[in-house]
Design a protein around this ligand. Structure first.
Ligand code: SF4
Ligand code: SF4
Ligand code: SF4
Length: 271
């Protein structure tokens, strides 16, 4: 008969290490640039991997996982019932689900197609009359499922993603900025694009990126979507008066990353 020796008994009594949260990444209609941001985190990625167990992440590992997930990051917009069904299955297996990047949060740049038809000829050429293109709208994932948190941006800001992961690991609510990009721009003492005779969407764009674009001498394009109650009409007037844009160009400027967010074009289920 086998008897436990002293070492076995000590091992039995030792506290078991807590299992690391199981984290997975999935993509829908997207360029996958937001997933790449994770692989671009550099050395900090080692800290992340020390704290969580990444069980599925097609861009970095080939493993599959068939259990439930603690945290799921979903990149990309949805556009048909196949995507909706797949998304609902992921939601059913995820304790926490995060809309990851502008495409997932608002439809992002994909939502431009909701407001034009000429993209079909550019993109599909001889196949531009495929019937399913007429009904397919680019929608945020919140149009189909409950979303717990959002990591905004095109692409996401990797430090904000780390903040979200860190807050969740410590049982805290992630911080989601509600203020405009101008606040962060002033904080880093960047000369305003308007003072340089340029234009900028910073006054209506949602912050959280630390305003890198004006700091690099280029206008903010509101890639993180719009602040709540954004005064788009006033912004377009400023673009027309100060940047000399036509009404159409001013409107398309503020629509580029925020087509589904604008008060005049909001889509069903889009925030
Ligand atoms: S939000 Fe931008 S970077 Fe991220 S997947 Fe969509 S298009 Fe790509
Ligand atoms: S450069 Fe843009 S973001 Fe910065 S203060 Fe001026 S308008 Fe605001
Ligand atoms: S400054 Fe504007 S365009 Fe640049 S990352 Fe921030 S929200 Fe996006």
């Amino acid at each position: 008969m086998k008897t436990a020796n002293k070492t076995d008994k000590a091992a039995d009594k030792a506290p078991k290490a807590a299992a690391k949260p199981k984290v997975a990444f999935f993509d829908f209609a997207s360029c996958e640039g937001c997933q790449l941001q994770i692989t671009n985190i550099g050395e900090l990625l080692l800290d992340v991997l020390g704290a969580v167990d990444v069980v599925e992440f097609r861009e970095a590992i080939s493993e599959k996982y068939d259990g439930d997930y603690d945290v799921v990051f979903v990149e990309g917009s949805i556009g048909d019932h196949h995507a909706e069904e797949r998304l609902k299955k992921l939601r059913a297996r995820a304790k926490v689900l995060i809309a990851y990047g502008a495409c997932a949060c608002t439809g992002g740049i994909n939502a431009l197609k909701n407001h034009t038809t000429d993209y079909k000829d550019f993109v599909y050429q001889k196949d531009a009359r495929m019937p399913h293109l007429d009904s397919a709208k680019a929608l945020p994932i919140s149009a189909a499922i409950k979303v717990d948190y959002a990591a905004l941006g095109c692409p996401v800001n990797k430090y904000e993603v780390l903040q979200i992961i860190s807050h969740l690991l410590h049982g805290k609510e992630p911080v989601v900025p509600t203020w405009p990009v101008c606040v962060e721009c002033k904080r880093r003492e960047t000369v305003c694009r308007y003072a340089e005779g340029d234009h900028c969407l910073g006054p209506i764009a949602r912050a959280g990126c630390t305003a890198p674009c004006p700091a690099d001498g280029i206008p903010c394009e509101a890639c993180r979507g719009l602040v709540e109650h954004a005064n788009e009409a006033a912004m377009e007037k400023v673009l027309m008066q100060r940047a000399g844009f036509s009404k159409q160009r001013a409107s398309s400027k503020s629509r580029m990353f925020a087509a589904n967010c604008r008060a005049d074009t909001v889509q069903e289920g889009a925030k």
